[in-house]
Structure formats: structure tokens, C-alpha cells
Design a protein around this ligand. Structure first.
Ligand code: FAD
Ligand code: FES
Length: 458
């Protein structure tokens, strides 16, 4: 295959030109290299570019399998600040993503609360999750390794009779961090859209989990006690990946992401993927109060922001390159103040579906699709709103889970197939993302036999 002709054809669709192994458009440049190129060339580009992302290096491997091996965190130092592609992918069609489930110990790097302590941000290192494609999730122990599986009490002097959960809890990734790439690199990255679909960043090696501490939650309350250096047992990635790349061929021009409270957390990696592949994104976030977003000061540096106030979700979305004008914020408990440069017209007191309904009424949307996650009632209302507007909607379901990989049936959801027949789908196996029109939104859509049904808090 003639590599130059293939790349030139892809770039020409976006108004770029290829000269030798360098593509150009205005001040932007992309240099293509083979995997055996000396490391000094990548270092020179990274040094000269100084994280402006005006000049990028791309490693072109022969096959997709080789390319995915080259982009693992273990080999990241061989190709500092490079993106990856393969001849197979350049010649198309797009290859479906596959991931391998692993059990492993993740190392906790930090675990810090928001101002009102309703949410925590847990940063951890786990190269085993590097193949995760959103909205896949993982199951984690809520106690660190020093409390082994099955230990329901911990003997610290006087006997501690606090119940200990034996089952792992499911969580989605909020953000992932790539070796050699600054946390906010997507703000400056502007890839040619046709070529972008074949490119990959280096595989991430550490991750953020944003979790809500449930008032009655056994596991999430124990998780608040995790400390730097703790090792936590995990299982993942689980669930079906959702590859956003084919959306372009399907004619989707804009994606709306609607998150209710902590439902926004697992949607942020989807926003990152959409931004990487150069999709326009609008985000609607519904929260109770601004205090539930504001992190305690010292964590602000995670975002490369000033170490004053840092806001979960908002700073993540801005770091992912979403413009303030494309972020809409609803607070149901208090009137939202101006925050992070969001236009006043984008602030709403009330519930996020109300704001989204008004948005759809006031602005004609191009060929768009919506993805939502939040409380069941909110997702049900969103289904009605999108149906009325003729927009396809996907819902990310968060059910209680026992195993996470399809054997215990504690996570089932009633679904209706196209032929009208009804059935139960396992959220952990067939989900967690479903077409909204498939879901039977009934309070009693959980069958009596779902879950172990025991009174013990496991
Ligand atoms: C795919 C997936 C991704 C998720 N991602 C996140 C995330 O990024 N951040 C986050 O904070 N949470 C997320 N969750 C939800 C998270 O798993 C639960 O909040 C957590 O398991 C609660 O554990 P606990 O031990 O504190 O609660 P438990 O002690 O098990 O339960 C306490 C109370 O909360 C209720 N409850 C527990 N889990 C749920 C649930 N999933 N839905 C409704 N009610 C529930 C129980 O019925 C009970 O009344 C996700 C869930 C799934 C399935
Ligand atoms: S959690 Fe066991 S089947 Fe889904």
C-alpha cells in the first residue's frame, strides 16, 4: 500500500496538504514516523512545540495489534508526546475495539473531597485499565488490600464490629491521563477530522474516579478512608465499549451530553473521546449546589489550574476542550453564580431536563444525538423530551451489581425489543449504554428474582 497516497487522500478532505512525511495546514504540522525512528526526533518535536500542539508526531505501525502494543504505558518513553496509527486503520474500515478483562491491584494516588464532602475524587494508577473504552466500567473493593476479601471485621485493638462489604462496587472512569500529555491537552489539540478517526493517544496509565458518598452507602463511606499508597483490588474493564468514531459516517454532526449529578462522572471520558475525534459537543450538567462541585484547594493542581478553587466536572469539561459557551449548568437547590466563564444565559435554576427542553425549543439543532446518565426518573423524562424532538438518545444505566460480568443477574433491566417482545438485559454485560427507546421505564421493572435478596449488606 502507498502510505503517502493514503494519508494525503484522508488529509485532503480536511484541507491539509502532505509534503514528504509532513502534513501542513496554516501553522499546524503533523510529522509521520515509522516505529524504529530514533527517540531524539520525538523529543525534539515535543521540546520545540512546548505543549502548544501545533506540531504533532504520529507513529505509523504496520498492524493495529502492533500499534496497540506500542502505545502501552510501558513503551510510552520510547515515543514521547506521539500519537499512534496503523496502516490497517488508515486503509479502513474502522476496526471494532476489543478489551481484555483483568484482575489487578490499583495504587491510590489521592482521595480528596469536595467542599461539602458529598463527592470524592479518587486518583489511582492502574495500567491494566489502559484498554478501557468508555463507558466501560470496573468493579473495585471498597477496602484496601490490608483488609483481605471476606474479612467482615477488622481487629484494631478493641474489636471493630463495623460491617465490611464483601462485594466489589461498580464505577466508571471520570478521566484518564496519558503519559507525556498534559491533563488539558485536548484544549489545544485540533486534529483533521478525517485523519483523527484513525489516530490514538498513548494508552492512559492513571485515572480519576469521581464518586458520590451515599448517605446509607456502606462501600462509598469506606472508600472515603482510602489513602495515598493503598492498594485496592479491581476487576475490569467490564461492559460493552461504545466506539464513537462511526457516528461521523452515520451523519451525526453534534453530540449532547446530559448528566444529572454524579451521573456526569462516567460521561466525561465520552466527552474526551468525542473531542479527540473532533466532534462538536454540548454538555448539560444538573447539580444540587455549587459547593458539591468545588474541590478542596490543594487538588486544583491536578487540572493544571490555579491552586485556588477547582470545580469537578466543569474543569474536566474545560480541560477536554469544551468551550464555556457549550456548557449549560442547572442547580436545583440554589441560583447558580457565574462560574468559570459560563455565559449567564447558560445558568439555570431548576432541573437539567427543563433546561435541555428549553434549549431544544429555542435553537434549531443540526443532525444531533444525545447521551444521558443520572437518576432513573430524570432519564425517563429525557427519553420523552428527545422523542418529542426526534433526537436519538442513549442512556447509561447505573444498577446495583453483584458480579459485574453477567452471572448473578442482580443488575437486570426490563427492555422492549423492536418486535414488541419484552425481556431482561444485564446492565453489566449488555450495557451499561442502551438505546433509550429499548428501556421499559417502570418502577417495578426489576424482577423479584434479581439479586441475592438476602438481608445482609454484602
Ligand atoms: C456502570 C456503573 C458506573 C457507575 N459509576 C459511578 C461513578 O462514576 N460515580 C459514582 O459515584 N457512582 C457510580 N456508580 C454507582 C455506584 O456503583 C454506587 O453508588 C455504589 O455501588 C454504592 O455503593 P455503597 O456500598 O456505598 O452503597 P450500598 O451500601 O450498596 O447501598 C446504599 C443504598 O444506595 C442504593 N444504591 C446503591 N447503588 C445504587 C445504584 N447504582 N443505583 C441506585 N441506588 C443504589 C441502595 O439501594 C441502598 O439503598 C456506577 C454504577 C454503575 C453500575
Ligand atoms: S452484576 Fe452480575 S449479572 Fe450483572
Amino acid at each position: 500500500m502507498n502510505l503517502n497516497a493514503t494519508i494525503a487522500q484522508l488529509l485532503a478532505r480536511d484541507g491539509w496538504t502532505l509534503d514528504g512525511h509532513v502534513a501542513r495546514q496554516g501553522r499546524r504540522r503533523i510529522s509521520f514516523f515509522t516505529p524504529d525512528t530514533p527517540v531524539a526526533k520525538f523529543q525534539r518535536i515535543a521540546r520545540q512545540d512546548r505543549d502548544r500542539f501545533l506540531h504533532l508526531a504520529v507513529v505509523v505501525a504496520a498492524t493495529a495489534a502492533v500499534m496497540h502494543r506500542l502505545r502501552t504505558p510501558q513503551l510510552a518513553d520510547r515515543y514521547p508526546r506521539a500519537l499512534f496509527t496503523s496502516l490497517e486503520e488508515l486503509a479502513g474500515p474502522l476496526r471494532p475495539r476489543t478489551t481484555t478483562v483483568a484482575t489487578f491491584h490499583a495504587e491510590v494516588l489521592s482521595n480528596r473531597p469536595t467542599e461539602d464532602r458529598s463527592h470524592y475524587r479518587l486518583v489511582f494508577r492502574a495500567p491494566e485499565l489502559s484498554g478501557l473504552v468508555p463507558p466501560q466500567f470496573f468493579m473495585m473493593d471498597t477496602l484496601p488490600e490490608r483488609f483481605p476479601f471476606g474479612a467482615r471485621t477488622v481487629n484494631r485493638g478493641p474489636v471493630d464490629w463495623t460491617p465490611r462489604p464483601m462485594l466489589k462496587r461498580p464505577f466508571g472512569i471520570c478521566r484518564d491521563f496519558h503519559p507525556h500529555f498534559p491533563a488539558d491537552y485536548l484544549k489545544r489539540l485540533a486534529l483533521p477530522p478525517s485523519l483523527a478517526l484513525t489516530l490514538h493517544p498513548p494508552a492512559p496509565d492513571h485515572f480519576d474516579l469521581l464518586y458520590k458518598v451515599l448517605p446509607e452507602g456502606l462501600g462509598t463511606n469506606l472508600m472515603t478512608k482510602l489513602n495515598r499508597g493503598d492498594r485496592v483490588h479491581m476487576l475490569g474493564p467490564l461492559g460493552q465499549p461504545f466506539d464513537v468514531r462511526p457516528l461521523r459516517a452515520a451523519g451525526v454532526e453534534e453530540v449532547h451530553i446530559i448528566g444529572g449529578g454524579v451521573g456526569m462522572a462516567p460521561l466525561i471520558t465520552l466527552v474526551e473521546a468525542l473531542r479527540f475525534y473532533a466532534f462538536p459537543v454540548k454538555v448539560f450538567l444538573g447539580i444540587a449546589t455549587l459547593a458539591s462541585l468545588r474541590l478542596q484547594d490543594e487538588l486544583a493542581v491536578t487540572f493544571g489550574e490555579s491552586p485556588r478553587a477547582a470545580y469537578v466536572y466543569l474543569d474536566d469539561l474545560l480541560a477536554a476542550g469544551v468551550k464555556p459557551a457549550d456548557i449549560f449548568l442547572s442547580c436545583d437547590m440554589a441560583r447558580p453564580r457565574r462560574v468559570r466563564g459560563l455565559p449567564a444565559a447558560n445558568l439555570h435554576q431548576g432541573l437539567v431536563p427543563e433546561q435541555y427542553r428549553r434549549f431544544l425549543r429555542e435553537r434549531p439543532v443540526p443532525q444531533a444525538m444525545a447521551i444521558t446518565c443520572g437518576p432513573h426518573r430524570m432519564m425517563e423524562v429525557m427519553t420523552g423530551i428527545c422523542r418529542a424532538a426526534g433526537l436519538p438518545l442513549k442512556v447509561l444505566l447505573e444498577k446495583r451489581m453483584g458480579c459485574g460480568f453477567g452471572v448473578c443477574f442482580s443488575c437486570v433491566q426490563k427492555v422492549r425489543h423492536a418486535d414488541g417482545s419484552e425481556d431482561y438485559a444485564r446492565v453489566c454485560r449488555e450495557g451499561p449504554l442502551f438505546d433509550a427507546e429499548e428501556i421499559v421505564w417502570k418502577p417495578n421493572s426489576q424482577p423479584k428474582w434479581a439479586g441475592c435478596g438476602c438481608a445482609a449488606r454484602c
